[in-house]
Design a protein around this ligand. Structure first.
Ligand SMILES: Cc1ncc(COP(=O)(O)O)c(C=O)c1O
Length: 308
């Protein structure tokens, strides 16, 4: 499947097809409905100022040109952002998407093979956040889709959605050990062996990840800690002012909901090799990724002759 993000890519694609002698079959474009949403401005992917997708003023031209170039089957896509927890955020973009789909179908006589509503379905990172209302999401997206399909004007497309985080985020925790408890006279810090190199979301987006203590604890003694990592930046804070049972060096903490986008956004910053990954299934554990070593960090480096 080829899903283009810019009108300009059509000509490039045409040349590739011609060079390879391939028949031009299915093509799709990403529509930018100008109404975006997300847990942080960096993850909002629709709007006039945003790099993604093709705006209303060019979308008919894109499908018309694709038809003229000989493409025979069509899909359409939008993805408005990531980490959406309020289903009503989908209302305006869905409405606009549906209107545009009808417009393209009517004006160009195109029938769609698929309509892809993208992902973005969020999860409740904070224990007091309500989960996304899936019934409301269904009513906004699926019911509107069904209505236009039943009118018979856009063909019989498949409906696609692309939930990423919604499937994987809650599956994973980061298990980390406390190496230092510091009381600087003003504040308590719990220094751990995971940092923003391991999970960048709190530092990058200000995201909240719930943190719990793994070992049995005396819950009567609750104290407030900043849970901080080993990276040489003050922004290396995994949890700010968290109320936790009294902690000791050597204790283990679990940072929850790290399955999206945890490992994939991790890095070896500060020469810290990335962690191992363990799969737990029915009480059995399986190592699914080895811990990186210092040799791994150097493996792809090469020396120019004059330094040898
Ligand atoms: C085109 C597209 N679809 C789906 C997703 C998945 O988003 P999420 O994990 O927020 O559902 C992304 C994430 O960046 C994306 O860019």
């Amino acid at each position: 499947m080829i899903n283009l993000d810019s009108y300009s890519q059509l000509n490039r694609l045409k040349k590739i097809f011609e060079k390879k002698g391939k028949e031009k079959q299915l093509i799709s474009f990403r529509f930018n409905p100008e109404f975006g949403a997300g847990h942080h401005p960096h993850t909002i992917t629709a709007g006039k100022e945003i790099k993604f997708g093709i705006l209303e003023n060019q979308i008919i031209k894109a499908y018309s040109k694709a038809k003229e170039l000989g493409f025979k089957k069509f899909g359409i896509h939008q993805h408005i952002g990531s980490g959406i927890i309020d289903a009503t955020d989908y209302e305006k973009p869905t409405e606009k998407f549906i209107t545009i789909i009808e417009k393209i179908a009517k004006s160009l006589g195109i029938e769609f093979e698929f309509v892809d509503f993208g992902g973005g379905l969020g999860i409740p990172y904070h224990p007091e956040t309500n989960p996304l209302n899936l019934k409301m999401y269904r009513d906004i997206v699926f019911k509107n889709f069904k209505k236009i399909v039943e009118k018979g004007e856009i063909g019989e497309p498949f409906l696609y959605i692309e939930p990423g985080r919604f499937i994987s985020a809650e599956s994973s925790i980061i298990l980390t050990q406390i190496n230092t408890i510091k009381d600087n006279g003003f504040k308590l810090f719990a220094g751990i062996d995971a940092g923003f190199n391991t999970l960048i979301r709190p530092t990058m987006y200000g995201s909240y990840h719930h943190i719990i203590v793994c070992n049995e604890k005396n819950k009567d003694q609750i104290l407030k800690y900043d849970v901080v990592g080993p990276i040489c930046e003050s922004g290396d804070v995994l949890g700010k002012e968290r109320e936790l049972p009294e902690l000791y060096e050597g204790d283990y903490l679990a940072i929850l909901d790290a399955g999206a986008y945890g490992f994939t956004m991790s890095s070896p910053y500060n020469s810290r090799p990335r962690s191992a990954e363990i799969l737990i299934n029915n009480g059995n554990t399986y190592k699914i990724r080895d811990k990186e070593t210092f040799d791994d960090l150097l493996r792809n480096q090469t020396l120019p002759d004059y330094l040898k």
